[in-house]
Design a protein around this ligand. Structure first.
Ligand code: LLP
Length: 470
């Protein structure tokens, strides 16, 4: 059991040891903010050439503010770094994992920038297709795909369906037969590697729902069945080991295990597997504890691993693909909130904690409550000369675990009406957003060259009431 963050027996107002006392509480910490974020002379933060004050006035708060240049720069950086590192081998390409954040505009950027797209539900597929994303560059995932999802994907001509279970082999084969085509499939292999990250988001250890286990021969049996199926074409093997991972150690073990299977298939079934997908999971900086690698370092590290292991197993190096989501979308976005109630809570003795309430909360960022994530934040509408003070930024929901930023230094004069920005909210915040307490979801706006463009509009009370048809 983990202790409740805001349970009855809290009572220590000290900053956690990892949180450094800021030399200047107004500073934008390097690496935390999207590439066009800066402070203007009047002290306000601007991003994409637009000040947060203007955003608050024109769009309102809370709002997800997406720095278009930043997103596209990262997408291209991953595309180029992997293409470059694997060029001397059999090449590599990058699929953006849409589960991190997807909308029509993002699908179009990803398309224009030459990446593929990983979708894992019919809904994500629908967004991609409506945006005109070419089917052959789409990969469909999912541990429980419906027949309708499989049919729609095949009709759209998706480049690959990543098959997740033995019975799904029969499903895809049957739908492909019905449509009179051969379906290109990858098999998702569970390598037993547990990534160094929070347990809830480590998806490749054995005792979980994803994939075909190497242990006990399930994955091998799946390969045998796909090769025997009339309407399936085996494109390759897939492995995804987890999320928010900072080093290549987990990829090394996973790649080795998948390549062992490639060798076994060669030896026992006389078939050459020519493609691997090593999934996503590259970590980002949410606070000063995190030190993410560059795309270049990741790409060259993993290319070296794959080359060495193929050499040891006397295998041709396969073409490799990757599926980063968080590392592309996460750092591009900040959530802009307006401060409401500021409460100084006495904790006994000399201890107290300042609770800064904002106009959103766990409905737009559930990651703090769900994964113990430690976000950062900044007073973004102005600078302050006041001393830094540790605060807890909380939302407006009817729940004490409704915490956005557990511990952060803000200036001691933070007050109602101030704007606060939380960086690195571009991945798994909007996509995990809810209407808890009937709070409408915030908009997602793109900012670039002084322009604001609404990508997803703010939900309204009418939207919510419109669903209530009973
Ligand atoms: N490929 C597959 C097969 C995946 O399952 C995932 C993430 C990715 C790629 C992208 O992983 P990324 O590069 O974004 O780490 N909601 C959690 C994360 C769940 C990840 C699920 N799968 C969170 O907010 O941390």
């Amino acid at each position: 059991m983990r202790a409740h963050e805001a349970g009855a027996l809290h009572g220590n107002d000290a900053a956690p040891t990892w949180l450094p006392y800021p030399s200047d509480v107004n500073t934008l910490i390097d690496g935390l903010w999207s590439r066009t974020t800066r402070r203007t002379e009047d002290g306000a933060v601007e991003v994409g050439g637009v000040s947060v004050a203007r955003i608050a006035e024109e769009v309102g708060t809370p709002a997800f503010v997406l720095d278009e240049d930043d997103f596209r720069h990262r997408a291209r950086a991953f595309r180029d770094a992997f293409a470059e590192a694997f060029r001397p081998l059999a090449g590599a390409d990058v699929y953006y994992a849409g589960k991190a954040f997807l909308c029509g505009a993002v699908a179009r950027w990803v398309e224009e920038d030459g990446l593929g797209l990983d979708v894992c539900t019919g809904g994500e597929l629908a967004v991609a297709l409506r945006a005109g994303f070419p089917g052959e560059r789409i990969a469909l995932h999912g541990n429980n795909k419906s027949l309708a999802e499989i049919r729609r994907a095949l009709e759209a001509g998706v480049g690959r369906i990543v098959v997740d279970s033995l019975d799904e082999i029969d499903l895809v084969d049957a739908v492909a037969a019905e449509l009179g085509l051969r379906a290109a499939v990858m098999l998702r292999v569970t390598t037993g590697v547990e990534a160094h990250t929070h347990e809830f988001i480590a998806t490749a250890h054995e005792d979980q729902k994803f994939g075909l286990s190497l242990t006990g021969g399930t994955a091998f049996e799946a390969v045998r069945r796909v090769l025997a199926a009339e309407h399936l074409e085996l494109v390759g093997l897939h492995s995804h080991i987890g999320s928010q991972i900072f080093d290549t150690g987990g990829f090394e073990v996973a790649a080795r295990r998948v390549l062992d299977l490639v060798a076994q298939v060669r030896d026992e079934l006389d078939h050459t597997i020519t493609q691997l997908d090593l999934g996503g999971g590259f970590g980002v900086m949410y606070n000063t504890q995190h030190t993410p690698s560059t795309p270049e370092a990741l790409a060259s590290g993993i290319a070296g691993i794959v080359e060495k292991q193929c050499h040891e197993l006397e295998l041709e190096v396969p073409h490799v693909s990757f599926e980063p989501g968080r590392a592309i979308a996460g750092p591009s976005t900040q959530t802009l909130y307006t401060v409401g109630t500021v409460k100084d809570v006495r904790l006994g003795g000399p201890h107290h904690r300042v609770y800064v309430s904002v106009d959103g909360g766990m409905s737009d960022n559930v990651r703090t409550a769900l994964y113990d994530a430690d976000y950062s934040c900044l007073l973004s509408g102005r600078v302050s000369e006041e001393q830094p003070e540790v605060v807890r930024v909380v939302g407006k929901h009817c729940e004490s675990g409704d915490i956005v930023v557990k511990d952060e230094y803000l200036p001691a004069d933070v007050r109602r009406g101030d704007l606060v920005s939380v960086p690195v909210t571009g991945a798994y915040c909007y996509s995990l957003a809810s209407n808890y307490n009937h709070v409408p979801r915030p908009p997602v706006i793109a900012v670039k060259d002084g322009e604001i463009r609404t990508l997803i509009r703010r939900e309204t009370e009418e939207d919510l009431l419109g669903l209530d048809v009973g």
